[in-house]
Write a new protein. Structure first.
Length: 135
C-alpha cells in the first residue's frame, strides 16, 4: 500500500490582462527588431479546481499588478508582417496570499511566466487614404 500524502490538483485561474507598453524599434529594411516594457493589470474572471478553495477565497487577489517586458523581431512584407516575440510576465502581487498562523504555515502563490508569441500584422496606414474620397 502507498501511504503518500502527496496529491496533485488540477486548477485553472482565468484572467483578462491589460498593459501599456513603451516600445522601441529599429527599422532595418524589411527587418524590424523591437523591445518593450510596461505595467500590466490582470483581473480574475473565474477559476476552476478539483481542490476546494472556498476556505481560502478571501486570500485570493482578483486584481494583480505586474510588469511585461520583452523583445522580438518583425519581418515586413508589403502591407503586413510576420513577427516573433518573447515576453516575461512578472507579477508584483501574489495570486494567493495566506498568512502564517498557529494552525497554518502560510502560502504565497505568484505568477512568473515566460511567453513566446508568433503573429501576423496588417498595416491599415494606407487604408484611410483609400476610404476617404478627395473633394
Amino acid at each position: 500500500k502507498n501511504f503518500s500524502t502527496y496529491r496533485t490538483y488540477d486548477t485553472r485561474f482565468n484572467y483578462i490582462s491589460s498593459s501599456i507598453l513603451l516600445k522601441a524599434r529599429a527599422v532595418n529594411g524589411n527587418w524590424i527588431p523591437f523591445c518593450f516594457i510596461g505595467p500590466r493589470m490582470d483581473y480574475q474572471l473565474s477559476y476552476a479546481s478539483d481542490f476546494d478553495f472556498k476556505s481560502v477565497e478571501k486570500y485570493m487577489n482578483e486584481k494583480i499588478w505586474g510588469l511585461d517586458l520583452g523583445f522580438g523581431l518583425e519581418y515586413k512584407i508589403l502591407h503586413g508582417g510576420v513577427n516573433v516575440e518573447f515576453r516575461h510576465h512578472y507579477d508584483f502581487d501574489n495570486l494567493l496570499d495566506i498568512p502564517y498562523s498557529d494552525t497554518y504555515s502560510g502560502l504565497e502563490v505568484r505568477n512568473n511566466a515566460y511567453i513566446f508569441n508568433i503573429g501576423i500584422k496588417y498595416y491599415f496606414k494606407n487604408l484611410k487614404r483609400a476610404l476617404v474620397k478627395p473633394s
